[in-house]
Design a protein around this ligand. Structure first.
Ligand code: PEP
Length: 245
C-alpha cells in the first residue's frame, strides 16, 4: 500500500525503434506523482534516451550467469542494456516456455543477486478461476519464492495477472482485483510484515484508459502491468496520468 503508483508496460514481442521514439516523445512530461517502467523487447532498450523520467526493464532473464545458453540473456547483459527491472514468470512464459515455479525462483534469485528488481507475475488460469482455486494457486506461487529465499519478496514488485484477463478485453472487476490483492498482501505479511507494507502489487489484465481509474482507487492496487494498451503512446500516457492522483 505504497503512496506512489507504478505503471509498467509489457510490450511483449511487439514494438519497433519507431515506437520507442514515439513513446519517448509522449513520455517527456510524465507527472511526478507516478513511477513508470517500460519493458520492451530487449533489443530496443538501447534506443531509449538516457535522459528520461521512467525506468526500463527486460521481459525475461536467464537463471545462469553466462556461458553456452544460446538465445538467453544474462543479468549483466540486461543491466548493460540499461534496464533495472525484469519481468519474471509472466503467464506466457509459464504457458509457452514451460517455466515452472522452480525456474521462476532461480530467475528471481539471479535478478536480485545482480541488483535487478524482479516483477514477479502470478495469477490463475481460467480453469483455476472457474474452480475457485485462485487463492490456492497464488499462495503456492508465493510460497515457492519465499521457500527459495525469504528476502526475494522484500526486493520484488508483484504483478497479479489473472490469465483469463490477459489480452482478452475482460479485466477483473476492481472488487475482484482488490480482494486478491488484499489476499496477496496478507500472504506476504505472514512471511514478513515489512515486505507486506512496502511491496507494490500491480494488477494486470486488459487494463486500459477507460477502466484504470476504478482499479487504482482500490486500497491494495498499487499500479498496473499493461500489455496491449502500452503499445499506444497516448493511451499509455493517459493511464500514467490517471495513476498520479
Ligand atoms: C500482460 O501481458 O501482462 C497484460 C496484462 O496484457 P494485456 O494488458 O494486453 O491484457
Amino acid at each position: 500500500m505504497t503512496a506512489k503508483k507504478l505503471i509498467a508496460a509489457n510490450w511483449k514481442m511487439n514494438g519497433s525503434k519507431a515506437l520507442v521514439d514515439t513513446m519517448a516523445q509522449q513520455l517527456t512530461n510524465l507527472p511526478s506523482g507516478v513511477d513508470v517502467l517500460l519493458c520492451p523487447p530487449a533489443t530496443l532498450l538501447q534506443y531509449f534516451p538516457a535522459n528520461r523520467q521512467y525506468a526500463l526493464g527486460a521481459q525475461n532473464i536467464s537463471e545462469h550467469d553466462a556461458g553456452a545458453y544460446t538465445g538467453e540473456l544474462s543479468s549483466n547483459l540486461i543491466i548493460e542494456a540499461g534496464a533495472n527491472f525484469v519481468l519474471i514468470g509472466h503467464s506466457e512464459r509459464r504457458q509457452y516456455f514451460a517455466e515452472t515455479d522452480t525456474l521462476v525462483c532461480a530467475k528471481m534469485q539471479q535478478a536480485v543477486k545482480a541488483g535487478l528488481t524482479p516483477v514477479l507475475c502470478i495469477g490463475e488460469t481460467l480453469a483455476e478461476h472457474q474452480q475457485q482455486k485462485t487463492q490456492q494457486v497464488i499462495a503456492k506461487q508465493l510460497a515457492a519464492v519465499y521457500a527459495a529465499q525469504p528476502e526475494l519478496l522484500l526486493k520484488s514488485v508483484i504483478a497479479y495477472e489473472p490469465v483469463w484477463a490477459i489480452g482478452t478485453g475482460e479485466s477483473a472487476t476492481p472488487e475482484q482485483a482488490q480482494a486478491i490483492h488484499a489476499f496477496i498482501r496478507q500472504q506476504i505479511s505472514d512471511y514478513n510484515s515489512v515486505a507486506a507494507a512496502t511491496v507494490k502489487i500491480l494488477y494486470g489484465g486488459s487494463v486500459n484508459a477507460a477502466n484504470c481509474r476504478a482499479l487504482f482507487a482500490k486500497a491494495d492496487i498499487d499500479g498496473a502491468l499493461v500489455g496491449g494498451a502500452s503499445l499506444k503512446p497516448a493511451e499509455f500516457m493517459q493511464i500514467c496520468q490517471s495513476a498520479k492522483d
